[in-house]
Design a protein around this ligand. Structure first.
Ligand code: SF4
Length: 82
């Protein structure tokens, strides 16, 4: 069953540890400035975060939650939304 997840990413404070991209490469890519990028994420200047709402499988939501938990500076938030 598909679930809907909202991912919020504080890119300013990403230290480029690349753990997220190793765990969930479908959602996280490392780019030239040495930081991660949230694939298809949109910058929300009001909260200074990148955001993305996606329909994901159970497996993908686990990978996203794992990537958030494993980030050494905790700049990723994943929550289920309706
Ligand atoms: S795990 Fe965290 S610090 Fe490392 S690249 Fe991903 S978001 Fe940035």
């Amino acid at each position: 069953m598909k679930r809907r997840a909202k991912i919020t990413f504080d890119r300013q404070n990403c230290i480029g540890a690349a753990v997220c991209a190793a765990i969930a490469p479908k959602f996280w890519k490392m780019v030239d400035d040495g930081k991660a990028t949230l694939v298809s994420g949109r910058n929300n200047p009001q909260i200074k975060r990148f955001e993305l709402v996606v329909e994901v499988s159970e497996e993908d939501i686990k990978l996203l939650e794992d990537s958030a938990r494993s980030c050494p500076v905790q700049v990723i938030e994943v929550m289920e939304v309706k």
